[in-house]
Design a protein around this ligand. Structure first.
Ligand SMILES: NC(=O)c1ccc[n+]([C@@H]2O[C@H](COP(=O)([O-])OP(=O)(O)OC[C@H]3O[C@@H](n4cnc5c(N)ncnc54)[C@H](OP(=O)(O)O)[C@@H]3O)[C@@H](O)[C@H]2O)c1
Length: 282
């Protein structure tokens, strides 16, 4: 009997992780759908997924989830979809050190800690796929997104390095780079913004008021927004095709910015990004 391919997905409570977990299960994958809150783990189990607790801010939780997956699979794992995270909004001059540290703890350090547990397993098997859910903001800078830009640029760099270091091992490293996707991402930006940014006393408070209104607005806030299944489609190619691509842009803005960055000057990209951000209103 050929056993189903196995994958660990982080951040499955909502959004992209949720869609990827369910979408891959429907294709016959054995999906370990992780979430950080016990109530979400219970809900996902109730939906028929094999779910475990995994909080990317907690090394003990990462290790416990990984160990449990190893027990359940007999020490094998075909793929990892690094996904769980959030966006710290705020002008660079308003970012306290703690805001940057937390953004990197969740969106990068946790991902790499988990990846580094998985790589030896994949090396032993002689194959594996590691997919990193990056962003258009991993290669295009946007005003008021400094912390998030920094962590996604860092992710792109470390993923490129890892791909070269794993060349010839049978392990492929891919970046998925979505533009605007329907999820809880925007509303989940609000709590870290309120926690870390003293916005009422900032020179940027006018822009922040507009941004807060946008974060609270239900439905898509940007043109060309796609459902999370658009990311799932690229993840499927990265995970299942014989020759996965190192990068997959998702949505029209992600493709456009990728191409424009190839031939526009830095000043021209600045002009474009400032306009695309509505002069800081978005
Ligand atoms: N939506 C977009 O437009 C967009 C575009 C490009 C890239 N992305 C990337 O896509 C990924 C998923 O975001 P999303 O759009 O699906 O947003 P989302 O609906 O807010 O989902 C984020 C997921 O990450 C989880 N998470 C947050 N902190 C965590 C932690 N410490 N440990 C484990 N999980 C944690 C959340 O869990 P809780 O429910 O417990 O908070 C949730 O399951 C992120 O890496 C994001 O940067 C999103």
């Amino acid at each position: 009997m050929i056993s189903a391919k196995s994958i660990l997905v982080t951040g499955c409570s909502t959004g992209i992780g949720y869609a990827v977990a369910h979408g891959l299960k429907a294709r016959g994958w054995r999906v370990f759908a992780t979430a950080r809150k016990p109530a979400d783990v219970e809900r996902l189990i109730g939906e028929g997924l094999e779910s475990l607790a995994l909080d990317l801010n907690d090394s003990g939780s990462i290790r416990a989830a990984f160990t449990e997956v190893m027990i359940r699979t007999g020490g094998r794992l075909d793929a990892l979809f690094n996904n769980g995270g959030y966006g710290q909004v705020g002008a660079v001059e308003d970012l306290p050190r703690a805001a940057l540290r937390e953004q990197f703890e969740t969106n990068l350090f946790g991902w790499i800690e988990l990846t580094n547990l998985v790589v030896p397993v994949m090396r032993r098997q002689g194959h594996g796929r590691i997919v990193m859910n990056s962003s258009v903001l991993g290669y295009a800078a946007f005003p008021y997104r400094g912390a998030y830009n920094a962590v996604k640029f860092a992710l792109e760099g470390i993923a490129d390095t890892l791909r070269m270091e794993l060349a010839g091992t049978g392990i492929e490293v891919c970046l998925v780079e979505p533009g605007p996707i329907i999820s809880r991402f925007r509303e989940n930006c609000r709590a870290p913004f309120e926690r870390h940014i003293d916005w009422r006393n900032s020179v940027h408070r006018g822009q922040y008021k507009d941004q807060l209104a946008r974060l609270a607005k239900p439905g898509p806030a940007a043109p060309f927004t796609l459902p999370p299944e658009a990311v799932l489609a690229k993840a499927i190619h990265a995970l299942e095709s014989r020759r996965p691509r190192p990068r997959y842009q998702v949505t029209v803005p992600a493709v456009l910015f990728w191409r424009l960055k190839r031939f526009l000057s830095t000043r021209a990209m600045d002009w474009l990004s400032i306009r695309a951000s509505g002069g800081g209103k978005r």
